[in-house]
Design a protein around this ligand. Structure first.
Ligand SMILES: *Cc1c(COP(=O)(O)O)cnc(C)c1O
Length: 394
């Protein structure tokens, strides 16, 4: 855990912050990037020093100058008190929940939560005697009707990373805090540049750094930023669970962070252009993207977010599997695969019907989640147009 230090001043524009936070060139011979510190053992110069444990680094798992740099940068960007890093985004979710919940507790999770997070609750947390209730993302302040005397925390996520429902994080946080319940937010879609859940009332903000922060589909990493009240719980959980990211992965996240603002700006612009083009296609029933004025979540997005990333979903009109395959299999620039946040465009079909419990998913046709990468929009549109021709001919 790195507690916010004096470091850079703060208050600069986000584009400047991602470039300058988390590096101190003149502490490393002037080289601009924080180097990769590999290591487990850290030496103590004297017996006194070993007993005092006051030196900044004590053991590899507890942190290195490389992890410190990334923690510091993310803490500043997210507007928190401290950040812990984990080996993946899912480990960030599980570590954050286990920091607060214990056997006999009840927790609340939004129904459109990242699916492996849901599986963690349904399998592991259940086995530990922690009960989960899933709730409709549109619940708002009515969430207090679901609170029980043993409710420990509420997990929020906006928008959901498959179906893109927005939720009223400040309303949920206010209701939770009135009952001393912790609020944990998965902020991966927006990144700390486009949304700051701690400012909206969450106690903890979770990032799958794997996505936009790493930004190049070449590393796995998670980050959990907390306010001052929650920070000690996160540090204890990280220490108890022994989760830590690899040195190389941490470096790749720091490197990705430097270009995050410029990449996101392009993901946003191209994502909206592709979303608008798709919305006008006869094959498409609807587009789920909160930055589109027609989206039901648009007002909340506008109130709480300063931008949109490149991930959204379209729902097709009813179409056969053969026609869908003709569309997807021949795409040149949209790779088919899970994950997102890298430089390249992706598409993946999904069907949430089998795992949602508090809400119902309505077709009418298959849903496709798009990640719009950094390619030229015109090339992406002509790829999709050709795909729709193949679909029609199949
Ligand atoms: C990918 C993702 C995660 C998990 O991150 P990993 O690094 O893949 O474990 C968590 N939340 C959201 C919203 C994600 O998209």
């Amino acid at each position: 855990m790195t507690v916010k230090d004096d470091g850079p001043e703060g208050g600069e524009r986000p584009e400047t912050e991602v470039v300058h936070f988390g590096r101190k060139p003149f502490e490393q011979h002037g080289f601009v990037n924080t180097p990769v510190y590999r290591g487990s053992t850290v030496l103590y110069p004297t017996l006194d020093a070993l007993h005092a444990r006051t030196q900044p680094y004590t053991y590899g798992r507890r942190g290195t100058p490389t992890t410190h740099a990334l923690e510091e940068a993310i803490t500043h960007l997210a507007g928190g008190a401290a950040t812990i890093l984990t080996s993946s985004g899912l480990a960030a979710i599980s570590t954050a929940i286990l920091a607060f919940a214990q056997g006999g507790d009840h927790i609340l999770m939004v129904d459109n939560i990242y699916q492996p997070g849901r599986a963690f609750a349904e399998k592991m947390l259940k086995r530990l005697g922690i009960e989960t209730t899933f709730y409709d993302p549109h619940i708002g302040g009515d969430i207090d009707k679901l609170f029980r005397p043993n409710t420990r925390l509420v997990m929020v996520e906006a928008p959901g990373s498959q179906t893109f429902e927005m939720m009223d994080i400040p309303a949920v946080a206010a209701a939770a805090h009135a009952k001393n319940i912790w609020v944990l937010a998965d902020n991966t879609w927006a990144t700390p540049l486009f949304c700051k859940p701690l400012a909206l009332g969450a106690d903890v903000s979770i990032e799958a750094g794997t996505k936009y922060i790493v930004g190049h589909a070449d590393a796995m990493l998670g980050a959990v930023t907390s306010n001052a009240r929650a920070a000690k719980f996160l540090d204890n959980a990280k220490e108890a669970l022994g989760t830590c990211p690899g040195s190389e992965e941490t470096y790749l996240a720091l490197r990705g962070l430097r270009t995050l603002a410029v990449r996101l700006e392009r993901h946003q612009r191209s994502g909206l252009a592709v979303a608008e083009w798709l919305a006008a296609r006869p094959e498409v029933d609807r587009v789920l993207h909160p930055a589109l004025p027609s989206d039901p979540g648009h007002a909340l997005w506008k109130r709480d977010f300063t931008g949109a990333s490149g991930l959204f979903t379209i729902v097709l009109n009813p179409v056969s599997e053969t026609k869908l395959a003709a569309f997807l299999d021949g795409l040149k620039f949209f790779g088919m695969g899970y994950s997102w946040g890298g430089y390249e465009s992706l598409v993946v079909p999904f069907d949430p019907t089998s795992y949602r419990t508090a809400t119902r998913w309505h077709g009418p046709g298959p849903a496709l989640r798009f990640h719009v990468g950094l390619e030229a929009v015109d090339d992406l549109l002509s790829d999709l147009a050709t795909g729709f021709e193949r679909m029609k001919a199949a």
